[in-house]
Structure formats: C-alpha cells, structure tokens
Design a binder for this molecule. Structure first.
Ligand code: 6K6
Length: 146
C-alpha cells in the first residue's frame, strides 16, 4: 500500500513569520505519510521563494502534487492567497481538509474559509494543541471514516 500523500499549505509570500511552526508540523505529518510540500517549512526560504525556479514551474509542480494528494493540512493563521487557492483546489478534489488557525493570529480568518462547512477548522493556542489536532485528524483519515 502506498503511503498517504499529504499536501501541507502554509504562507510563503503572505509572510514567513510562522515558518518554524510549519517545520514542526511537517515533521509530525511525516510520521503519517509522504509530505509532498516539505519546502513550505524550509526556514531558509524567504518571502521571495526558492532560488532558480520560476513562478510558472512552482505552479505546475504544486498542482501536480495537488492532484496526487490524499489530504490537505493548511495553516491559515497568516493570510495567503496561495493557501486560499490550494484550499479551493483541494475542495474541488473532495479530499479531507484540515485548517489550523492560531487563536492569537494577527488577522481575523476570512469568512470564506471560516464559513465553509466543508472545511474542518480548528483553532489552537500552542504547538501541542495543534499537534494533538493533527494526530486525531490523520488517524481518522487513515483508520476511520471522515
Ligand atoms: C516563486 C519563485 C521562486 O520561488 C517561488 C515560491 N516558491 C514556492 N515553492 C513552492 N510552493 C509555493 C511557492 N510559492 C507558493 N507556493 C505554494 O503556495 C505553497 O504550497 C504554499 O502553501 C502556498 C503559499 O502561497 P503564498 O501566496 O503565501 O506564496
């Protein structure tokens, strides 16, 4: 059986202030399957993105990964056009979607995300709470019905 393909979405050009948290979440998600987008947690990557790769290549590569993904986990605490777009694409694919939102995020969550009944949106106060949520979600995806 192939490993669960996990698409992790987190802000890049929207701002990198939560990158250390993305890095830890990706490490946790790797215990459950293959994280296709581990570069999102690369603490060396700035808001400019990766060196030597065009926006067109990034889009094509990420959308190929999206087509392979079994599940989407997004941190929506930092508003990001790319993350919002990825959520919409995952919704079209009808795969399970978990959106994590920090209780003390600087900006209120978009109503288009928070009001969407198809998304599982969980507020967290700290890394431990977010970790517990991710573990429960991944266990449901792998062993139970969503
Ligand atoms: C562009 C040119 C060179 O490097 C870049 C940016 N690199 C990216 N590499 C991979 N994925 C990206 C990149 N930029 C955005 N994404 C995808 O969009 C990621 O999967 C993130 O979840 C999301 C972030 O969107 P923005 O709008 O915050 O950048």
């Amino acid at each position: 059986m192939r490993p669960v393909a996990i698409y992790f979405a987190g802000s890049i050009r929207g701002g990198r202030e939560n990158v250390a948290f993305y890095h830890d979440l990706i490490e946790l998600l790797s215990e459950y399957g293959e994280v296709l987008t581990s570069h999102v947690g690369d603490t060396e990557m700035s808001v400019k993105g990766e060196d030597g790769i065009t926006d067109k290549t990034v889009y094509q590569r990420d959308m190929e990964w999206m087509c392979r993904a079994d599940v989407l986990v997004a941190d929506v605490s930092v508003p990001s056009l790319g993350v919002g777009y990825e959520i919409a694409r995952a919704e079209m694919r009808e795969i399970p979607i978990l959106c994590l939102y920090h209780a003390k995020a600087r900006r209120p969550l978009s109503a288009i995300v928070s009001g969407n009944p198809l998304l599982q949106i969980v507020r967290y106060r700290d890394k431990e709470e977010a970790g517990d949520t991710v573990r429960k979600f991944m266990n449901r995806v792998i062993y139970g019905k969503m």
